[in-house]
Design a protein around this ligand. Structure first.
Ligand code: NDP
Length: 445
């Protein structure tokens, strides 16, 4: 048995019934195999055995009172996977599907993503099975305060700095930050994604969506092409999708779809700046459904479907995990798609990725392509530490440089250890090497 086989066997034995975590561990560890031929010292230092075990996992009760005075109970999580490169860092997700397996998969992926940014940030992820949908503001606040009351003991500006994710936007970050400040009696940059007037960074809301488009542009530039003029399909209509569409419009591309969990809209002439603004008001302020876009602008709405059968040259999955399966991937390639850049975390299934890579599509895996969000969170931490605010242009410029460097590191690792153009493997290897070397330096901890 190879080193990777042995470690994976232990991972399966120790983590039964955690399919998402096992899927992520399997994909990442397999892709690292070529590294161990060149670096026996990693095996001797049991780097992988340590890397697949979170440093600390916190699971806690979150009791809160709804508007009818009824007591409700949710479960909270924080999986602190690795502090090798800096304080634990990663988002909080509030969604009914949240469980330990999903938290662990997201936190594990975060190790490599955060490493790729070259900033001093470790890896964590957390959240709850609480569903903010349909809850009043006061219910969301009650929940956030109770959640933070338990979590506060485990986080801090040099320990663990959570951010938002699905279901955790600026409103939730505000309530979480307010409660943290009250409990600790100190104003620190313990959460990122904060409001601009109280420690937030310009470009943080835009960063993941902008970053994924910058990454797609880098991949296309690598083959002497560009995103300009390309027809693009986008899934999701949340934070990542909205700013990916905005940046696509800025760069002269034509985004034609957006979606939510009830279906997708197809706007064949291309979503315009004005229509996007209308949609942002609908989603962020009125908390409406994507279907209303179709009604407002007289375009088609396809209920309960994903947008991958719409012909496009570039696809941007920006909603959730496992939203491009093998069939979707086959449809994309059959329709002439050239590039798939993952805005969401693990939106493509293992079989889907295999197909895209075999067909030599430019495939930007989430841990590289959507790292702009956490990178800008890292920049927010730096600004908080200095108690300074950089301008929009300064932060955007850094974001663009970071995405370019991630692309270069990923492309180089792919070329050196595996095959040129395989960014999936390249991202895992480039992210891993930095963490592994730091672990060697830091001894057995
Ligand atoms: P939001 O909550 O703002 O938006 C999520 C979008 O995805 C919504 O349109 C939602 O529709 C849709 N969606 C959620 N679950 C499903 C589902 N099961 N099927 C179909 N559509 C679904 O989240 P974000 O935009 O912040 O995050 C999207 C993805 O990007 C996630 O995978 C997240 O982990 C990842 N990501 C986010 C970062 C960030 O900075 N925000 C950073 C890096 C990665 P509906 O409203 O109907 O639920």
């Amino acid at each position: 048995m190879s080193y990777v086989d042995t470690v994976l066997e232990g991972v399966h034995r120790r983590n039964p019934r955690q399919p998402e975590f096992l899927q992520a561990a399997e994909i990442v560890l397999r892709s690292l195999e070529p590294v161990f031929e060149h670096h026996p010292e990693y095996e001797e230092a049991a780097i992988l055995e340590r890397l697949v075990e979170p440093e600390r996992t916190i699971v806690f009760r979150v009791p809160w009172v709804d508007d009818e005075g009824k007591i409700r109970v949710n479960r909270g999580y924080r999986v602190q996977f690795s502090s090798t490169l800096g304080p634990f860092k990663g988002g909080l997700r509030f969604h009914p599907t949240v469980n330990l397996s999903i938290m662990k998969f997201l936190s594990f992926e975060q190790i490599f993503k955060n490493s790729l940014t070259r900033l001093q940030i470790g890896a964590a992820k957390g959240g709850s099975d609480f569903d903010p949908k349909g809850k009043s503001d006061s219910e969301v606040m009650n929940f956030c305060q109770s959640f933070m009351t338990n979590l506060a003991a485990y986080i801090g500006p040099s320990t663990d700095v959570p951010a938002g994710d699905i279901g955790v936007g600026s409103r939730e970050i505000g309530y979480l930050f307010g409660q943290y400040k009250r409990l600790r009696n100190e104003f620190t940059g313990t959460l990122t994604g904060k409001g601009l007037d109280w420690g937030g960074s310009l470009v943080r809301p835009e960063a993941t969506g902008y970053g994924v488009v910058y990454f797609a542009e880098e991949m296309l530039n690598g083959v002497n092409d560009s995103i300009e003029g390309k027809t693009c399909t986008v899934s999701g209509s949340g934070n990542v999708a909205q700013y990916a569409v905005q940046k696509l419009i800025d760069m002269g591309a034509k985004p034609v779809t957006m979606s939510d969990s009830s279906g997708y809209i197809h706007d064949p002439e291309g979503i315009t700046r004005e229509r996007l603004e209308w949609l942002m008001e609908l989603k962020n302020v009125k908390r409406g459904r994507i279907q209303e876009y179709a009604r407002e602008f007289g375009v088609e709405f396809y209920p309960d479907q994903r947008p991958w059968n719409v012909p496009c040259e570039a696809a941007f999955p920006c909603a959730t995990q496992n939203e491009i399966d093998l069939e979707d991937a086959q449809r994309l390639t059959a329709n002439g798609c050239l590039v798939v850049a993952e805005g969401a975390n693990m939106p493509t299934t293992t079989e889907g990725i295999r197909h895209l890579v075999e067909k030599r599509i430019l495939f930007g895996p989430g841990k590289a392509a959507n790292a702009g969000g956490v990178a800008t969170s890292g920049l927010e931490m730096s600004q908080n530490a200095m108690r300074l605010n950089w301008t929009f242009e300064q932060v955007d410029q850094r974001l663009r440089e970071i995405m370019r460097n991630i692309y270069l590191a990923t492309a180089e690792a792919a070329r050196r250890y595996h095959e040129a153009g395989n960014f999936e493997v390249g991202a895992n290897i480039a992210g891993f090497l930095k963490v592994a070397d730091a672990m060697l330096d830091q001894g057995v901890v």
